[in-house]
Design a protein around this ligand. Structure first.
Ligand code: SAM
Length: 287
């Protein structure tokens, strides 16, 4: 089967199956062999790896994954693409295609079934309308993960990688960095996709920590604090936390905690590192 990274091949397969791009599924197919090679290199796929691909589309990246990995599981929501995938992946014996919604799947069970419970690699050109829910679901459900290498909106990649004090820094940066080390592997312009998306894209590589970089007594509480701190970005951290009804924190407790940490009372959440949020969480949880 001809490589789909070459635009002419993608065009002819789309015509043959009369495929119309489904905007509601975030369908922007890759048509650039250099970008595909970069993704495979960034994900460091070897012949020992089991790889889960989210949204194979017409199988463009899947072909590369099959060439390089031991086994590939591709999860595609759009039923219309199944006959296409049957043809475009017909050369490979090491691939299974599941017609499912990734957000409704038990991915832990996939790792168990296909990889004996060992950490898996996830590779995807993600549908942008659900990038954050997919990534957070992978991390928060404690699926055994080695790495997640994904194409996302450039702006989202910047947020994942951002550090304290920058305008991109927020709840997503802290959540991602709690679970993984984030590194942008490539910036990808709009003309590498068909149809062209409205925004620039980037490949981000998330290497999952074997151990979380900070210890915190109550992980859930820390993330509630983080969300509350960034919900009202313009407010001081103290006001942001005290105004959050769900947290029901007393002003004097927050003030005492900030003082204990040697932070000024007017500090904003965007100044705090993950380590500082963990410490603040330990001081306030159970109050
Ligand atoms: N991997 C292909 C490529 O690089 O050309 C297609 C990428 S396209 C950006 C995203 C793909 O994810 C589409 O094929 C879309 O149908 C699929 N998709 C969207 N939502 C999904 C979901 N909830 N579960 C599984 N696949 C989904």
């Amino acid at each position: 089967m001809a490589a789909l990274g070459i635009p002419q091949n993608t065009i002819s397969i789309l015509k043959k199956y009369d495929i119309h791009f489904q905007k509601k599924y975030g369908q922007n197919f890759l048509i650039d062999t250099h970008v595909l090679e970069k993704i495979i290199r960034a994900a460091e796929i070897t012949g020992d790896d089991f790889v889960m691909e989210i949204g194979p589309g017409i199988g463009t990246m899947t072909q590369y994954l099959c060439e390089n990995a031991r086994e590939v599981l591709a999860v595609e929501i759009d039923r219309n693409l199944l006959p296409v995938l049957q043809e475009t992946l017909s050369d490979y014996q090491n691939v299974t295609v599941l017609n499912e919604d990734i957000l409704k799947m038990d991915i832990g069970r996939i790792a168990e079934e296909y990889n004996g419970g060992k950490p898996i690699k996830v590779v995807a050109n993600l549908p942008y309308y659900i990038t954050t829910p997919i990534i957070m679901e992978l991390f928060e459900s404690h699926v055994p993960l080695e790495s997640v290498t994904v194409m996302v909106q450039k702006e989202v990649a910047d947020r994942m990688q951002a550090g304290p004090g920058t305008k991109e820094y927020g709840a997503l940066s802290l959540a991602v960095q709690y679970y993984a080390e984030a590194e942008i592997a490539a910036n990808v312009p709009q003309n590498c996709f068909m149809p062209r998306p409205n925004v620039g894209s980037a490949v981000i590589r998330l290497i999952c920590h074997k151990e979380n970089p900070v210890k915190v007594l109550d992980e859930k509480f820390m993330f509630r604090l983080i969300r509350a701190s960034f919900n009202q970005r313009r407010k001081t951290l103290q006001n942001g936390l005290c105004n959050d009804m769900g947290l029901s924190l007393k002003k004097e407790d927050v003030r005492d905690a900030l003082e204990q940490m040697g932070l000024p009372l007017e500090v904003r959440g965007e100044r705090l590192s993950l380590q500082e949020f963990a410490k603040l969480s330990d001081l306030l949880s159970g109050r």
